[in-house]
Design a binder for this molecule. Sequence first.
Ligand code: FAD
Length: 329
Amino acid sequence: MVKQNNIAIIGTGFSAATLKYFLKSEADFFEKSRGIGGRSSTRKVEGIGSFDHGLQYISTNHEEFSTFLGSNENSIWDGKFIINFNKNKSLDSKKRIIHSEGNNKLIKKIFEKSNIFFQKELREIKRNKDTWNLIFKDDTEANYKTVLITVPFQQALNLTKSFTSDFYSKFNFQMDPNLTVMVAFNKSLGLDYASYTYKDDPELGFAANENTKKPYLLNNKLELWTIQSSVKFAKKYIQNYRENKNLLTEQIVKAFLKSVKINYETNTIIHQDIHGWLYAYGKQLSAPNSFWNEDLKLGICGDYFSGFKAEHAFLSAKHLCLQVQKTLL
Ligand SMILES: Cc1cc2nc3c(=O)[nH]c(=O)nc-3n(C[C@H](O)[C@H](O)[C@H](O)COP(=O)(O)OP(=O)(O)OC[C@H]3O[C@@H](n4cnc5c(N)ncnc54)[C@H](O)[C@@H]3O)c2cc1C
């Protein structure tokens, strides 16, 4: 696959969906995984159901972002939500936008009729006169005039450092990890809340009852929970989590059940797994909203430019798009 094209976009998460939404030109998308969504990700387990093991929900007051979300087939997560469960707990009533078939579909419609190459992990980019030579992990190559990169910070820096290290060195971009447990119990735990948020807990960050999000997809005899670790816990264990999956999963599930005063021994677990996100969330910081080099025709955007949520990815990609549009059209 060696072709000379106009715009290549790397990734198919929220940032890439936003580029697609605002860009007035055609583009080709290259995605390392098998589907769209990026960190807005859903794990389907045969006979069990599905877990939103990345982004949980979107809450926004931003009008343009709401319109963007509304152009998909999203719904509202119904239930009672408790925050700071371990410290000064209170109910939280903000509107939570989800997709009832799984949050990987939150941006699905935007990508309809897009030219997407899946399982194409970009390994290297090289500058050839006035084009970019993209080299993929499977050793295929493609040439484009403009490249827009939407991958998390450390990966974007690795791919582009000969062109961007001066830029990146000016800002303290950083992304924290998360360990996310997916567990199915053989019966309902009988809990009151659809989700629990923890503050400064050594082990727990957040827990969601998946049955309250997407009842139609589930084996309704089971109850599915997605439990995110605290950042502190993830930082300690992320590097070697694959070798300690069972121990870490058990530790998180036990901590969650203890927090809701349920005895671990009296519940049967039908399925459990753990996913490690090396780059889960960014930090809120003050930086430009995106990177654009007009001469090189290289653009970079992502949530980490200004925060850690899908809304930040949207704002960053929109900012990049405006700059690209000014110079390309
Ligand atoms: C556990 C967890 C919980 C979260 N909870 C929330 C929440 O409740 N609400 C909220 O708003 N946000 C939440 N977030 C953050 C939210 O998921 C992100 O802000 C948003 O998804 C970022 O979108 P993006 O497109 O910028 O990046 P990504 O979604 O990371 O997209 C980048 C894409 O690039 C692909 N890619 C990476 N490297 C390459 C390569 N070399 N070649 C080709 N493709 C590549 C990836 O596979 C991915 O599809 C959460 C994140 C995590 C991990």
